[in-house]
Design a binder for this molecule. Structure first.
Ligand code: SAM
Length: 375
């Protein structure tokens, strides 16, 4: 493959791609070499089914995890999935277990060293999970041009990405391609870093800042703007936490703040008529038998009616969650149940991270920085 695949060749920043490949292919040896850390204590424990999957991943793979969040949504059995920037393959192997033998996971990455490492452990994990044949593959390609990697339209149920899109010089192309290859009703669920105020152009040229994911970090409003332009539903914030940077980086970025945030973006066709709905979670999702924390704003307890905004109603009706929910449109509800306004929702990950860090004891600061990322 050429340096930048043909369709993006003209627009791509060759040096940026080469720098990132060098950083992840040659400079970093393992997770501890990172100079940024999403290490504020996670607000909730990992669900058992995810912990079990993670515990089964080979140490050579998990020790080279460079993600910045937990990019694993719910209800993945039998899903066809794509991981943008799969790195050592930790998340792909975790997903391989969760989708099961009838599902499939493709990891795509542009860095040879990462691909080589991830491919070495396919047989190990196939056996570990008790599968008859592998359900995971790793392919080479650029996430800005999935077509060049032969990825067809409407192929995937779910796409994930963990700390990769912030490394791309063309985020709009990445999300446009994600939209193209998602089935109707599909979603991209991804963790990335965001900045509170944009960096000046000259700092974006800094190789170390870009490689760590903060040189190319968007503001959250930029993400919302791009998502709307492409046609995704409004990004739904799942969680966020502050990123700590080491002294070297702090001297460069000054008082700017960074968060790692997870958003979910759905590709759901618009309904002609928009109505508020009441949604009742019927249970049945592995690991979330009693309640489902769908995002930062909506938690569904089994059997309890929750009033949802029009867009969330559409998502629940048209995505893989459809058979897990009963929905009643507001017009059909008795007035007393439909008259109160829907609650305010939060989309700003800094506001969320601030509230979380006030509620929890932060486990690291600039003074006791230790490289590495929480799951
Ligand atoms: C921060 S690491 C994250 C890896 C993995 N997601 C994880 O959680 O460990 C970024 C990865 O994305 C890959 N990458 C960065 N930009 C890319 C692009 N434009 N196309 C394909 N892969 C890319 C890098 O090669 C690297 O393996």
């Amino acid at each position: 493959m050429s340096l930048c695949s043909s369709a993006i060749e003209k627009s791509c920043s060759t040096k940026t791609y080469e720098d990132v490949k060098d950083y992840y292919g040659k400079q970093l040896g393992n997770t501890k070499d990172l100079k940024t850390s999403a290490c504020a204590a996670p607000s909730k424990p990992l669900p058992t089914h995810l912990k079990d999957a993670l515990d089964n991943i080979h140490e050579d793979i998990s020790s080279r995890y460079y993600g910045c969040g937990l990019s694993v949504p719910e209800s993945l059995e039998n899903c066809i999935m794509l991981d943008l920037g799969s790195g050592s393959g930790r998340d792909c192997y975790m997903l391989s277990k969760l989708v099961g033998q009838k599902g499939h996971v493709t990891g795509i990455d542009m860095t040879d060293e990462q691909l080589e490492l991830s491919r070495q452990y396919i047989d190990f994990h196939t056996e570990k999970f008790g599968f008859q044949q592998p359900n995971v593959e790793f392919i080479k390609g650029y996430i800005e041009d999935l077509k060049a990697a032969n990825i067809k339209d409407n192929r995937y149920d779910v796409i994930i990405s963990n700390c990769v899109i912030n490394l791309s010089p063309d985020k709009k192309a990445v999300l446009r391609e994600a939209y193209r290859v998602l089935k109707d009703g599909g979603e991209i669920y991804f963790s990335d870093m965001y900045i509170n105020k944009a960096l000046p152009a000259e700092l974006k040229e800094n190789k170390l800042l870009w490689g760590e994911g903060i040189g190319g970090a968007l503001t959250w409003k930029e993400l919302f703007h791009i998502a709307a332009e492409i046609g995704f539903c409004t990004p739904r914030l799942v969680t966020a936490r502050y990123i700590t940077v080491n002294e070297e980086l702090k001297n460069i970025v000054g008082d700017r703040k960074f968060v790692s945030a997870t958003f979910r973006l759905f590709k759901v066709p618009q309904d002609a008529v928009k109505v508020k709905s009441q949604a009742v979670y019927n249970g049945g999702i592995t690991g979330y038998e009693d309640k489902l924390e769908f995002d930062a704003n909506f938690t569904f307890k089994v059997g309890e009616a929750v009033e949802v905004d029009q867009e969330l109603g559409r998502i629940l009706k048209r995505s893989r969650f459809a058979d897990k929910f009963s929905l009643q449109e507001a017009e059909k509800m008795p007035c007393s149940e439909s008259s109160h306004p829907i609650k305010e929702t939060i989309g700003d990950p800094f506001e969320f991270a601030e509230a979380e860090s006030n509620g929890a004891q932060s486990s690291c600061s600039g003074d006791n920085f230790e490289g590495g990322r929480c799951s």
